[in-house]
Design a binder for this molecule. Structure first.
Ligand SMILES: [Zn+2]
Ligand SMILES: [Zn+2]
Length: 215
């Protein structure tokens, strides 16, 4: 298969996934009517209405507050529909900041600048694919932030574990801990199944690097 053909089949997969997401939304958000023609909110392009009357009603009732958030949902859906495997950044370096001083994602990114660089570079690629979705073109900053959100979804559950260890006063340097992770990707990682098994060392090292004295 030539590069062009392969690329157009990838585009077809992305379109199919996006269409599939859209199917679940094609009803009036106020009365539930499914029949066409439905109009769509111009802001988020995520919510449908049977007509202007119900659109205006929903806007004054709650949609005005939700519209911007739904734009984020649209961007997240688009990123998830991309079949390419994210090139996970190497995060095997020691932490320059202690876990106690990390309070939020922003301070975590400040010691994981390679992830921010990766998101900045990938944002350009994202923008070249955005014609595949029928949603709004993200701003540069939103594209970067959306990618950071997607990457942290994969990588930062270790940060959550680290914070939990600290806040429960556990001391892995003194007493070894066995951590059972039951949800989503991590479970797959731990049994070494599927392509995401290669994430395990990255996450494992991230956790070890939070507690540098841990032998
Ligand atoms: Zn309606
Ligand atoms: Zn909207």
């Amino acid at each position: 298969m030539g590069t062009n053909e392969r690329w157009s089949s990838i585009e077809a997969i992305i379109r199919q996934r996006l269409d599939f997401n859209e199917l679940d939304r094609r009803y009036c958000a106020v009365c539930g009517r499914q029949g066409p023609p439905l109009s769509r909110c111009f802001g988020c392009q995520m919510v449908y209405y049977c007509g202007e009357e119900h659109q205006a009603e929903d806007w004054s009732k709650e949609h005005a507050q939700k519209c911007t958030q739904l734009e984020w949902v649209a961007l997240g859906e688009f990123i998830q529909a991309l079949p390419a495997q994210p090139p996970l950044p190497n995060i095997g370096d020691k932490w320059q900041t202690s876990l106690k001083e990390i309070n939020n994602w922003k301070s975590w990114f400040s010691i994981r600048t390679n992830i921010v660089h990766l998101a900045n570079n990938t944002a350009n690629v994202l923008k070249t694919l955005v014609h595949l979705t029928d949603k709004r073109q993200p701003t540069d900053q939103n594209a970067v932030d959306g990618l950071l959100a997607a990457v942290t979804d994969l990588l930062t559950n270790v940060l959550t574990i680290g914070k939990a260890i600290v806040s429960f006063g556990l001391q892995p340097n003194i007493r070894p801990l066995v951590i059972h992770i039951l949800s989503g990707f991590n479970k797959i990682d731990l049994v070494g199944y599927n392509q995401s098994s290669s994430n395990l060392p990255v996450r494992f090292h991230e956790l070890l690097n939070m507690f540098p004295d841990n032998k």
